[in-house]
Design a binder for this molecule. Structure first.
Ligand code: GLN
Length: 230
């Protein structure tokens, strides 16, 4: 009789650049998602290989069954739930603006009117901003290039997920750029791992996530990357 082969390696799609959740350091990917996923895979006793790509390729990659799992601090939304499964939420975020350290003209999202603003293609932040706030938007497949354009003076602001903006600003150093817009609490959201629709992996990943919360591993990984308790 046919016996299912031992589970092959899972193919896990990962965003090329979303500090501090997944980013390249030397020749390997590091970050909160990378560590949390590795702990989940160990609990599930599965092996996997990472497949880095622009954010916009991840959900299509699940739909075409080229990926088993995708991670990128992916915002859980009703629209995306129509086409992929999500794990339970594992991180809370909202949106922030990065501006130049010397710029005091932008403190609220409504101050972006008439400004040149970087967004990341295909993200929840980009579609929300374009529908709710008028500005001169420029979209980038890779948010790091938007931050470089801000530093170079080609943009007035970059809007992206709060943990990404905060980590970028902290590591850019010297007050060259700063985060602003905290009081607006724009687009509160949760991140989840994404799987193919009706994947048999979804309940297993949720069970592993719960076990990692219960045994302290989740907190340990959180403190490592965010220097505070979850
Ligand atoms: N949270 C964003 C979204 O799902 C993606 C974050 C990122 O740039 N990877 O739209």
């Amino acid at each position: 009789s046919f016996i299912a082969a031992a589970q092959d390696k899972l193919t896990v799609g990962v965003d090329t650049a979303f500090v501090p959740f997944e980013f390249k350091q030397g020749d390997k990917y590091v970050g909160f998602d990378i560590d949390l996923w590795d702990a989940i895979a160990k609990k599930m006793n599965v092996s996997y290989e990472l497949r880095p790509m622009d954010f916009g390729g991840l959900i299509p990659g699940l739909q075409s069954r080229n990926l088993d799992v995708a991670m990128a601090g992916i915002t859980i939304t009703d629209a995306r739930k129509q086409v992929v499964d999500f794990s339970e939420g594992y991180y809370d975020a909202d949106l922030l603006m990065a501006v130049k350290g010397s710029d005091n003209s932008i403190t609220k999202f409504s101050d972006l009117a008439g400004k040149k603003v970087g967004l990341k293609q295909g993200t929840a932040a980009a579609s929300f901003m374009k529908s709710k706030y008028k500005a001169d938007y420029v979209e980038f497949p890779n948010i790091d290039n938007a931050y470089l354009d801000l530093q170079a003076g080609n943009l007035d602001a970059v809007v992206h997920d709060s943990p990404n903006v905060l980590y970028y600003v902290k590591t850019a150093g010297d007050g060259k750029v700063k985060a602003t817009g905290e009081t607006d609490s724009i687009l509160p959201q949760q991140y989840g791992f994404a799987m193919q629709k009706n994947s048999s992996l979804t309940p297993k990943i949720n069970a592993a996530l719960q076990a990692l919360r219960a045994d302290g591993t989740y907190s340990k990984i959180y403190v490592k990357w965010f220097a505070k308790q979850p």
